[in-house]
Design a protein. Sequence first.
Length: 157
Amino acid sequence: MSIKINKILYPTDFSELSLLALRYAREFAEQFSAQIHCVHVVDEGQQYWSAVGPEAAPICPPAVDLLESANKQMQSFFDEHLVGLDYPAITHVSIGRPFVEIIRYAREITADLLILTTHGRGGVMHVLMGSTAEKIVRKAPCPVLTVRSGEHEFVKP
């Protein structure tokens, strides 16, 4: 049985940590002649409200403004990190719960591989926040490669 990877889904939050997974995504894309689909999800949980009732007002900008900002960030990210691939990367920005939107998008594009970083939070932080990466691993419709900070360097022979 041979493994064919055509579409690699790479979620990013634009952090330095997420760039670790991008190294893997680019290498897999090169090795398998695959296309990277880069996705960013604006967390709907960012819409905090300052009060309850008729006087309630969001503390954060409206969702449309957050999406516009995220699209600008994605374009900058693309220009800096996703050029020069054999198959041009595809970008996608949405709003919602990150793990739900990433899983939905993976199904939509029929991703062959999902590559993402994990923050490696433990203890109380994990209980309070949960793990987006863990939820994705459990629910993804395709294999998932998780990359942690402090990984070792791979050297080509």
